[in-house]
Design a protein around this ligand. Structure first.
Ligand code: SAM
Length: 323
């Protein structure tokens, strides 16, 4: 199968798992393996076998290598100290900015294979509680394996459908933040490794009927998340380029009974990676002025896979900076 030409524009991204390692230790290890630090993201990183690396300018503890650099046999990768994760897929946990206190409680509603769960756990500094739901049994085992390897001690994994969880269950009463990265068409994924990680069924064609089904499901997941009484912040993401799964779903969610009842609004741009230049498509939003509140990544052109992130907050929280 020939590679998508956009894939060569995407470096190999490696996230340092700060639960087990530091960026400084990782840099020393890269140098000892013969990689040369590069001050900035240079075109040379795109030449596939160059032995250089650079620090990412948007995501802390994320490093870039040339696209063909292999980490599968790297001891630090095998030990869970390095996580292979596309840059764009690091955005949702950063945008959610989960609490890192002993009483913090967070839900990852759609967790397997666990890249974003492990990122959340690291941002929480391993403190508080992180409930990670996964409906599919096989993917659930992958999730458990990944979290064990990554030393994510504050995570409770739950093999269940998030939609079947009662928002009034006392077990989740302390939850304030939800990460929602549901199944999507995967139409933004252009490089093979991420394709395998993020997409569930690569044989299914993306037709209108399937998109409608997916967006209906995505909307029901957001509406369900909005019913949890203690929750103040929900980060929604897809690796799709279709507005039907992105801006359109977000607008429908904002118009839903649940959003009205709990006063959910979109978080302002300042809370959603303000330095990232590519924002939502104004023509696809009910109110074009809301487009800057959401993030898009264009496959290849942004040196990432295609991606979308939106963040809902209860409106009385809009002025509170540290949620
Ligand atoms: N967040 C993951 C990561 O970064 O590694 C990728 C998540 S993937 C896009 C979506 C996952 O949600 C799939 O593993 C799928 O089985 C799971 N899923 C879909 N519907 C679900 C539901 N209703 N409840 C729980 N998990 C669900």
């Amino acid at each position: 199968q020939p590679e998508d030409p956009r894939a060569v524009k995407i470096p190999r991204y490696v996230r340092v798992n700060t639960l087990l390692w530091t960026a400084e230790e990782a840099i020393q290890s890269f140098i000892s393996r013969g990689f040369t630090p590069s001050e900035s993201l240079r075109a040379s990183l795109y030449s596939p076998f160059r032995k250089e690396f650079a620090q990412d300018q948007h995501v802390p503890n994320l490093f870039l290598f040339s696209s063909q650099t292999q980490f599968q046999e790297d001891p630090a990768y095998k030990a869970g100290k390095l996580i292979l994760q596309d840059k764009a897929s690091c955005f949702p946990a950063l945008v959610l900015a989960p609490p890192s206190s002993d009483d913090g409680a967070v839900i990852d509603a759609t967790a397997a294979p666990g890249n974003k769960t492990s990122h959340l756990s690291a941002l929480m500094k391993g403190k508080g509680r992180l409930f990670a739901f996964e409906r599919d049994q096989k993917r659930f085992s992958t999730l458990q394996g990944m979290l064990r390897k990554a030393g994510c001690k504050n995570v409770e994994t739950i093999n269940a459908d998030f939609l079947s969880v009662s928002p009034d269950d006392k077990k989740y009463a302390a939850v304030t933040h939800i990460l929602l990265d549901p199944s999507c068409s995967g139409s933004g994924i252009v490089n093979r490794l991420d394709y395998l990680l993020e997409r569930e069924d690569e044989n299914e064609a993306v037709d209108t009927e399937r998109l409608n089904k997916l967006s209906g499901f995505q909307l029901s997941m957001i509406r369900h998340a909005m019913k949890f009484p203690g929750v103040v912040k929900i980060a929604y993401s897809t690796c799709s380029i279709h507005a039907a799964e992105n801006e359109r779903v977000v607008c429908q969610a904002l118009n839903s009974e649940e959003a009205q009842a709990s006063n959910y609004k979109l978080a302002p741009k300042e809370m959603v990676l303000p330095d990232w230049p590519r924002r939502g498509i104004p023509e696809e939003m009910d109110d074009a002025e809301q487009a800057p509140s959401v993030i898009r990544c264009r496959p290849g052109d942004d040196a990432t896979n295609g991606f979308f992130v939106a963040c809902f907050i209860k409106s009385e929280q809009r002025e509170i900076r540290d949620i």
